[in-house]
Design a protein around this ligand. Sequence first.
Ligand SMILES: [Zn+2]
Ligand SMILES: [Zn+2]
Length: 282
Amino acid sequence: MNRKNLISLHGGHSGQYCNHAEDKLEDIIKKYIELGFKKVGITEHIPPVSDQFLYPDEIKNGLTASDINRKFEEYFKNIKNLKQKYASKIKIFAGMETETYSGYVEHIKKLILKFNPDYIVGSVHHINDVCFDYSKKSYDKIVLDYDSHDGMYEKYFDLQHEMIKELKPFIVAHFDLIRIYDKDYKNRLSMPKIRQKIMRNLELIKSLDLVMDLNLRPLARGEEEPYITASILKTAKKMGIRVVPGDDSHSIEQAGLNVDKAIQILESYGFETLQWPDPELL
Ligand SMILES: [Zn+2]
Ligand SMILES: [Zn+2]
C-alpha cells in the first residue's frame, strides 16, 4: 500500500493547556503515532498578554492571565519531555500559535526568548482587539463596526501583513480565516482591493520563504474546503510557496483528521508532498 507521508504542523491543542480543547497532550501524541505520523508540530495558543484578552470560556471558568501563563510554562516543560520520550517513534516540534492584539509583538518576542520554541505559527484571530472567530456574534459586531465585510477583510489582511513582517512565523496559519462566518467569501476574496492585499501578503510570505498552513478545521466542521480557499491555493502554487497540512486539532479524535485528504488536495495542485520542510525558528 502506498502510505502517505502524514504530517500536521498546526494543532495538537489539548485540554491540559487550552480551555476550549479536550484530552491529554500525551494521548494526542500517541494518536499521531498510531496513525503513522513520523513528524508532528504541536502549537499551543500563547497565553494572553493581560486579562483583557481572556477568551469568554476562560472568563467563565474563572481563569486569569497568570493562570494561563502558568499552564503555558507547564506546556513547554511537558512537550520537551514528550519529545524525548517518543523520539524513536515520532519527531515532535514544540511550537506555539500567536495572536495580534495590542502589545502582541513585544509579548511574543518575550515568550520566544523564555521558551525557545522550535517554531511559531502566525495567526490573526483579533481585529481591533476583538476576537472575530470565536462566535458569529462577535464576528457580526466587527462587520457592523466596519459598515461591511469588505472593510473588515481589508483590515484583517493588513494586520496579517504586519504580523508576518514582525514575527516571521515559519507557518502562516489559516490564511483566509476572516471568511469564517461569511457565506459570500469566494466573491469577496476576488474583489480587487481585497485581492490586492492578498497578493501583497503572498509576496511577503514568498520573499521570507515562509510556509502556509492548509488548515483542516473547516473540513472537520463539514465545510466544503479547508483554509486556504482554492483560488488562493492556486496562486500560492504558481508563486512557488510551500504549503503543509495542519489539522488544527483540539482533541484525540481530531488529531490527524483529514490529513490524507489534505495531501490529496495538495497533490492535485502539484505541490510537493513527499518531502515536508522541517520547522525552524526564523
Ligand atoms: Zn484553539
Ligand atoms: Zn488559529
